[in-house]
Design a protein around this ligand. Structure first.
Ligand SMILES: [Zn+2]
Length: 252
């Protein structure tokens, strides 16, 4: 089995995802330093204790995630759940790499591009919203219910639909994965017939009905489980190391 180094792994991820281009809510790149030699890479959505334990069992030298450990606004103390996650990483000398917005945005391997692939919505060139994170694709759905049914079948889970209550076909489908409900107005301004994201808050239901644009909340985890494995598989193939995506079930 081929071996690479921590620095080569980090450089390959940074070259692919270009984190310097983004303003983000936490540090992108190496969040916890582990061993220098890397043979096995694990990817996952969130650096939860369950993922770290599964990565240890898998013999991982490094973990790549979308949701890392450190976010703006945290208390900054290493106590409770944070202590237990960090203690596991440090005890097993495992590197933790996290890429948040850069992993949403990558035009082919990111969460948004990969969700478009899973939903079979051919991408338009146009992007929308803050830092151009939102994607638009082409669809042909007779109404909002038909779109919701399609998404449910592709994602294998129930979704929350706010039906705008008209019978026009839906052709321009906008989306932004995760907790991007605040991108709804930008999607409406970009001319979308529907907007797909992970979560819903109270205002979006009213906006959907008043603006005639369907809103679908399909799960934060459920919409963001495709980018990390796509990026990690790409980088692992490039560096000749082993890779495995570990899914930690999450109802969100
Ligand atoms: Zn997220």
């Amino acid at each position: 089995m081929h071996t690479t180094t921590r620095d080569e792994l980090l450089q390959a991820c940074d070259a692919l995802l270009q984190p310097a281009r983004f303003k983000d809510y936490g540090p992108n790149g190496l969040q916890v330093e582990g061993k220098a030699q890397i043979r096995r890479l694990v990817s996952g959505v969130t650096a939860s204790r369950a993922l770290i334990e599964a990565a240890i069992a898998d013999g991982a030298d490094a973990i790549v995630v979308h949701h890392g450990l450190f976010w703006r606004g945290q208390s900054g103390t290493i106590t409770g759940w944070m202590k237990r996650r960090l203690a596991l990483l440090l005890a097993h000398d495992i590197n933790l790499l996290a890429y948040h917005l850069p992993l949403d945005a990558h035009p082919e391997l990111g969460n948004n591009a990969q969700l478009g692939r899973v939903l079979e919505l051919p991408l338009e060139a146009q992007r929308f919203g803050e830092q151009d994170l939102g994607f638009i694709g082409q669809g042909a759905f007779s109404d909002a219910q038909a779109l919701a049914l399609h998404v449910e079948q592709r994602l294998g889970r129930r979704v929350t639909l706010v039906d705008p209550g008209h019978a026009r076909p839906l052709r321009r489908i906008a989306w932004c994965t995760g907790g991007a409900q605040s991108y709804f107005e930008a999607a409406i301004a970009a001319g979308a017939d529907a907007f797909i994201t992970g979560e819903i808050s109270e205002p979006q239901a009213h906006l959907a009905r008043e603006c005639g644009v369907a809103f679908l909340a399909c799960g934060h985890h459920a919409t963001e489980r495709y980018g990390a494995p796509a990026v990690a598989a790409h980088v692992a193939a490039q560096l000749g190391i082993a890779h495995r995506f570990i899914e930690i079930e999450n109802p969100a």
